[in-house]
Ligand binder design. Sequence first.
Ligand code: ADP
Length: 465
Amino acid sequence: MHEERALLGRALDILAGPGDANEHLAAILAMVARVVGAMRAALVVDEPVRRVTVALAAGEAEDAGNPLAMWLDAHAPRSAARRAAAVAAPIGVARARAGARPTGAAGGATADATFFLIPVSAPGGVHMGVELRPGADTEAVTARLPVSTYRHLLVALELASSRATDERERAELRARDTERTRFVSMVAHELRTPLTGLGGYLDLLLEGRVTDPGVEREFLERGRRITEGMAELVGDLLEMSRIEAGSLGLKITQFSLAEACSHVVDGLVPLADAAGLRLVRALPPRLRPATGDGRRVEQIVTNLVANAIKYTARGGLVELEARAGGAVAFVVVRDDGPGIKNGDQARIFEPFVRLAGHERITGTGLGLPIARDLARAMRGDLGATSVPGTGSSFVLVLPGSADQDGSLVAAALATALEAEAFTLEERAVLAARRGPARAAVTPHDRDDGRILRPDVDPADDGSAA
Ligand code: ADP
């Protein structure tokens, strides 16, 4: 009795002691594990959302407690509503403060370990499970402490767990706040740059420093293009906020992917012609339908093909391919442009990221983030791979049918991107055998007045005044 009281006293000391709630949780779980002779302990809480937390010792790998956590999630009773939903609960890891006593009876291999659900619970669907050495006597665990002590310990653990949830939510809110502030300052910067350019042209005209009517008209046209660019930026920002607010009004149906891709190509052939590029399509005649909002899919594919045209030099090739693969559908947009360095392939999906050398090509830097968000809103996904100097491939995956499992899409995207990387590498080898590559794109190759950004052209500024 004395020992049990001391144990509860220690749990309360931990709760009132230094460290955050997650560390308290780790320390109490480690203490229980030690007392009952287990290697580690984990807690599952069913309310308000089911979550499993497993305690790990300082040096242990992040996934060391997963077998116990998953076992506990599967074996601890769930409320009826959660039984119906039956999705795996998220697994959290709790680590004690550096220097604290190690978890339970110290790590070791978990193969063939014995898992045991302590047959006591506390309100809120709180249960505890432990991992014992292979063949350990589970009866001993129950016998070690009286039910009332277990129950008190569970109450202390529930308290630490709900505090940990609060702390986690506060940290997430803070991170979102910081992200939002950063975004607003990026938007302000993106708008100020063209505004400064526009102001400059207007000043020159208003001060009467432009005497040549031809130059005057040129400046007015540049001003017009700047406002068009700003309108495009504002349009993209509105689109982003609609996606974030979930107010896109997607019409998810089965639609013909071949038809959608054909529309896109038909609409962009003139742009490809003007840029001196070949735009080819590879659409199998009896392509199975895909699931999504057909109009939004056209928007994504248009963005990808327009990018391929924008960033590929004259004489290049842009291919649009659609195919079915198992339970999903793929759209691949491949170009033989400059390519994207390894470290940039993930970055280009972040807002306002534009790669070095592309500053003078018009764009908002929001096209790809919007395209990926749209794809994900339709339960699909979008990714890119590239071999610098050879070309880039963008792969859009869409579910084949409405009841598609999300994990299939992620796996299909990873496989398709690997295959694309292989295709591009093969091309690089073939191109190397054929001889020197085509010259890289420079803004002047594309000086057709449509692609260049009028607001970032320092060479021309005021020179005609
Ligand atoms: P935008 O084209 O408006 O700048 P995006 O978000 O569509 O914005 O693209 C972000 C950046 O990714 C582009 O600025 C460009 O640097 C790079 N990028 C996109 N597509 C390609 C491509 N096919 N080849 C090379 N770089 C590309």
